[in-house]
Design a protein around this ligand. Structure first.
Ligand code: COA
Length: 166
């Protein structure tokens, strides 16, 4: 369990999956996360071997999820992070708190030296949140992901290096 300033990150459990799905189905989140997974894909998406997912707990209730996947090829080792919070929690500093808290864990306990995030280039709130957590924009990845409207959208590659993290 990872303690942030206001948020607590605890390993996700199968009991969290319905709440995660509710959050991913909210229009404010689906706009950026795309179509929510089908019910039978949830286990793989959040509890499968490729990712590690934490529930973001605020005032004792699950208010979101944050997850990382690791590239473990030794010469390219790094971790990528994704996050979604329930709409009623947006814009109150919880996202930056959760990202910083997970970043500390990835540097200090998982031994990473480089973290990445890849928000849509138009997702200004996510970009502002990750800047606040210390990530730096690296460059625009053109036509990086297909959006909910079915067209390809640019993404922004953002990085945080251990040497830059305080
Ligand atoms: C992205 C997300 C995790 C950020 O968490 P958050 O708690 O809302 O973010 P924070 O409050 O920590 O920081 C938000 C920053 O955006 C700014 N902001 C808020 N609304 C904004 C808007 N509409 N446009 C631009 N900036 C905005 C805030 O001022 C703040 O910046 P500051 O610290 O420089 O003042 C959350 O909003 C979310 O889950 N959004 C929907 C799903 C999503 O986009 N996930 C990310 C996919 S990469």
């Amino acid at each position: 369990v990872l303690q942030g300033r206001s948020v607590v990150l605890r390993p996700a459990l199968s009991e969290d999956l319905p709440r995660f799905l509710d959050i991913l189905r909210s229009p404010e989140v689906a706009l950026w996360w795309g179509n929510p997974p089908a019910a039978d894909e949830l286990d793989d998406e959040f509890l499968g071997p490729e990712v590690t997912t934490f529930a973001v707990v605020i005032d004792g209730a699950v208010a979101g999820l944050i997850q990382y996947h690791e590239e473990n090829e030794p010469d390219y080792r790094s971790a990528g992070v994704d996050i979604a919070l329930a709409p009623e929690c947006h814009g109150r500093g919880f996202g930056a708190d959760a990202v910083e808290t997970l970043a500390r864990h990835l540097f200090e306990s998982r031994g990473h030296h480089r973290l990445t995030m890849d928000p849509a280039a138009a997702n200004q709130r996510a970009i502002a949140c990750y800047l606040r957590a210390g990530f730096k924009p690296v460059g625009v990845m053109r036509q990086y992901e297909r959006g909910a409207d079915g067209t390809w959208h640019d993404g922004l590659l953002m990085e945080l290096l251990r040497d830059e993290f305080s």
